[in-house]
Design a protein around this ligand. Structure first.
Ligand SMILES: Nc1nc2c(c(=O)[nH]1)N[C@H]1C(S)=C(S)[C@@H](COP(=O)(O)OP(=O)(O)OC[C@H]3O[C@@H](n4cnc5c(=O)[nH]c(N)nc54)[C@H](O)[C@@H]3O)O[C@H]1N2
Ligand SMILES: Nc1nc2c(c(=O)[nH]1)N[C@H]1C(S)=C(S)[C@@H](COP(=O)(O)OP(=O)(O)OC[C@H]3O[C@@H](n4cnc5c(=O)[nH]c(N)nc54)[C@H](O)[C@@H]3O)O[C@H]1N2
Ligand code: SF4
Ligand SMILES: [Mo]
Length: 723
């Protein structure tokens, strides 16, 4: 906590505000959570932190009265956010103080009822389950213990959890990746040697064309809208590719609206057009692309006519797009998360990355690829190995983990996320129920509790300290500003306490996140320069990696030597595992695709909405509920006419996997033949506007080699009005 100010200094500040002295820079507070004027003997202090939700990782200043946080506002001086913050972050206070919040550990009795137990009992019970598994299975125990990742508390909690997992011999930590942007990060890794964006967001100011490929920046990273506005003001041409119109549409010069899941054909067509028009440097392309000579044959069939038929885009707009790419001297492509969530995502992403490479747009100023990414810095494995030694165990993915559950081969699961993030949520729950012991760390009685045997109440926001990381690989600090209610504990404490019971000899001792951070930075070379004091002093932390104290942060293109970071410095056109761009096809279950069914002729698209975070937490915020339209089912006027649906009608949305009820919103924001519905609702949400069966309960369990599919399956609508 910094700058504790007495009543006198606060009054002086108040006087300055009245006279207008600092009014212009006075931070904006969340509505309804404003800071009250001080009264006699109030102690007013401030502290800092960051929002745990999206990867913009906004930093905030908190204002406290008598030790209680009263308001949060975006930290002025944060170079990435411009000092902004969105209402999701401001809901932290509401969520912390929610009357629904669970604040004591609970154990499930054989009767199914919950019983309150002490924190110490919860720790001992968990350690005992791990030790019992180790006694029964010896070396094999490591494959019978797993965890879904605790992403949103702090990095030190993640590390403490990974250490506890390894104390039981396990490496099976499931980050949300496979349901998030893993196809994009893995294709970037495979083709360019870097698993995240190749540049930081500020590079958009230096390009000439910015393609937002499914990247709904304005609704997913609201504070980053300013980067689009600034780029446009500098003459950057913004092309947005999204089947829906969104708030991002207003910030773009042109929008292309292909049918969902067809971007791979559009990108392969771009490759063909660039090759045919000679809009590339043959010598450079041959040097960069391993298999260059195969490319022309691979993209032969993607004529503008074929692309237009596959995507539903007009022939002229398709040609105009290719022309814009061919003529632009510098282009940055921002890869939207949803591209990863189709079973043809790998091919799509490969085609887009190849198109950037062919035009010479991966290395150099104003060129590159941006992503929506956690920005997770490396080093965790190095650190865990430092204490436990290297391991030969190969990490499972979630599909394998599910089949282990199904076969009764999983004894302990730490459920630190929702399980609903994966499609076929009901099937996932049924498999979870085969696990004899699930510890869930969370805040509310959500669907996850239905699967759990032990509930550990977590700390939220300013109730605990630690670092977070964001899209620009910036690491930021959060102060602990309040005492957590009841027996709520930060993740690092629970996992440290369990880990030290399981393996007291090897599990490292640390007092708090600061201590753990310093130990980590001392062990891992890429963190040696990530000085904690410097990081805490800066409004936007430090950008990882820094190998030595005093080193300058690296903010330019990652390919500093003019060379890709793949082992041979080249990019593969054809990949043994991930295939070639000639193989593009519609995603699984697509109406009109290979395995599409005539019974489900509409294309289902679901996704995030502006003021909600993922599947769980913000469903508990009353002020965010005000922005929720519930289970809306958006259809184009033509589709509504064809189905005899009117605005507000109640309707069943049905897929091959199930059905849920919603209300019809007739809207031109979607294309004819397509349905859009939000992803955030939950069945256990206490606020009616956020309550509803989760969309993943009706999505079939489709996966490609990397990711699960959330979009593009066939669906139909059945009116309940005149049934
Ligand atoms: N249908 C559909 N499915 C999707 C998506 C979609 O758009 N549509 N999006 C996908 C994407 S991009 C992602 S990243 C995933 C995200 O999916 P999840 O990772 O499941 O994210 P949340 O729903 O936020 O669940 C987070 C849970 O973690 C726990 N938690 C949160 N904060 C803390 C904390 O500070 N401490 C502790 N100990 N626990 C905490 C709480 O139990 C909380 O409910 O979902 C994916 N699934
Ligand atoms: N408000 C809010 N913001 C968030 C999050 C949140 O939960 N809520 N979660 C954060 C996280 S973890 C992530 S990973 C990111 C990324 O989140 P994303 O996965 O990118 O989010 P979505 O809303 O699923 O999809 C983004 C856009 O892609 C469009 N789209 C869908 N299918 C296609 C397609 O086939 N082609 C094209 N070109 N576009 C398509 C959708 O219409 C939508 O406007 O968002 C982050 N920001
Ligand atoms: S949700 Fe994202 S944009 Fe909103 S305050 Fe949190 S970090 Fe910032
Ligand atoms: Mo994500």
């Amino acid at each position: 906590m910094k700058e504790s100010c007495s009543r006198r200094t606060f009054l002086k500040l108040g006087a300055a505000l009245v006279s207008g002295g600092v009014a212009a820079s006075a931070p904006r507070a969340a509505s309804g959570m404003g800071f009250r004027p001080a009264v006699a003997d109030d102690v007013v202090t401030t502290g800092r932190g960051y929002c745990p939700f999206c990867q913009v990782r906004c930093t905030y200043e908190a204002r406290l009265r008598n030790g209680r946080v009263e308001s949060l506002s975006g930290l002025v001086g944060n170079r990435w956010t411009g000092g902004a913050m969105c209402p999701k972050g401001l809901s932290i206070l509401e969520l912390m103080r929610s009357p629904e919040r669970l604040t004591h550990p609970l154990r499930r009795l054989p009767s199914g009822q919950w019983e309150r137990i002490s924190y110490q009992d919860a720790v001992e019970l968990t350690a005992e389950r791990l030790l019992a598994c180790m006694r029964a299975h010896g070396d094999k125990a490591g494959d019978r213990v797993a965890m879904t990742m605790p992403l949103w508390d702090c990095r030190e909690s993640e590390i403490a959890a990974l250490l506890a997992l390894r104390a039981a011999g396990s490496v099976h930590a499931m980050p949300p990746g496979e349901s998030c942007v893993s196809s994009a990060s893995n294709m970037l890794g495979d083709m360019l040697g870097v698993y995240s964006g190749t540049v930081k967001v500020h590079e958009v100011l230096k390009t000439q064309t910015l393609v937002l490929w499914g990247a709904n920046v304005a609704e997913l990273y609201p504070p980053y809208s300013r980067w689009l506005a600034q780029a446009a003001a500098r003459g950057v041409r913004i092309i947005y590719i999204d089947p829906r119109t969104t708030r991002t549409s207003a910030l773009a010069h042109t929008q292309l609206r292909p049918r969902p899941g067809t971007d791979g054909a559009l990108a392969a067509g771009a490759l063909r057009a660039i090759l045919a028009g000679g809009a590339y440097d043959p010598e450079q392309a041959r040097a960069l692309l391993d298999g260059f000579d195969q490319l022309a044959g691979d993209v032969e069939r993607y004529t503008p006519e074929m692309v237009s038929a596959a995507t539903g885009l007009g022939l002229e707009e398709t040609r105009a797009f290719y022309d814009a790419l061919a003529k632009s001297p510098r282009t940055i492509v921002w890869l939207g998360g949803s591209l990863s969530r189709y079973t043809n995502g790998i091919t799509t992403l490969r085609a887009i990355i190849l198109a950037q490479a062919l035009r010479g747009n991966v290395i150099g100023e104003g060129r590159g690829l941006l992503t929506f990414q956690s920005g997770k810095p490396d080093g965790d494995e190095e650190f865990v190995d430092h204490f436990f030694g290297p391991t030969q165990r190969r990490k499972m993915n979630f599909r394998r983990l599910r089949s282990a559950m199904r076969r009764g081969n999983l004894d302990v699961l730490f459920l630190n996320s929702s399980y609903r993030r994966y499609p076929d949520a009901k099937g996932t729950l049924a498999d979870l129920k085969k696990i004899p012991f699930i510890a869930h760390m969370g805040f509310f009685m959500t669907e996850e509790c239905e699967a759990a045997h032990l509930f550990i109440p977590a700390t939220f926001g300013p109730e605990s300290a630690g670092t977070g990381y964001g899209n620009e690989q910036q690491v930021v600090w959060r102060d602990q500003l309040e005492t957590p209610p009841g027996e709520c504990v930060p993740g690092w404490r629970f996992y440290r306490d369990v880990g030290r019971l399981v393996d007291p000899r090897r599990y490292p001792d640390f007092a708090d996140p600061e201590d753990l951070y310093r130990q980590f930075a001392a062990v891992v070379p890429s963190w040696k320069g990530m000085d904690l004091d410097a990081l805490r002093a800066s409004p936007d932390g430090l950008v990882w990696p820094l190998y030595a104290r005093g080193d300058a942060e690296r903010l330019d293109c990652v390919f500093r030597d003019g060379r890709l970071l793949t082992p041979d410095g080249r990019m593969k056109v054809v990949d043994g595992l991930f295939g070639r761009v000639s193989e593009w096809d519609y995603p699984r279950g697509y109406p009109g695709g290979k395995d599409g069914s005539a019974e489900f002729p509409l294309v289902l698209l679901q996704g995030k909405v502006l003021w909600h975070w993922q599947q769980t937490l913000t469903n508990f915020s009353p002020s965010l509920a005000e922005f929720s339209a519930g289970r809306l089912v958006a259809v184009h006027p033509e589709t509504a006419r064809a189905y005899g649906l009117r605005q507000g009608d109640r309707v069943m949305l049905e897929t091959s996997a199930g059905a849920l009820e919603g209300w019809v919103d007739v809207s031109e924001t979607v294309l004819p033949g397509m349905v859009f519905t939000p992803s955030h609702l939950g069945a256990t949400a206490p606020l009616e506007r956020n309550r509803g069966e989760h969309i993943n309960t009706i999505l079939p369990n489709y996966w490609d080699r990397i990711s699960c599919q959330h979009n593009g399956v066939g669906c139909r609508l059945r009116s309940l009005e005149r049934a």
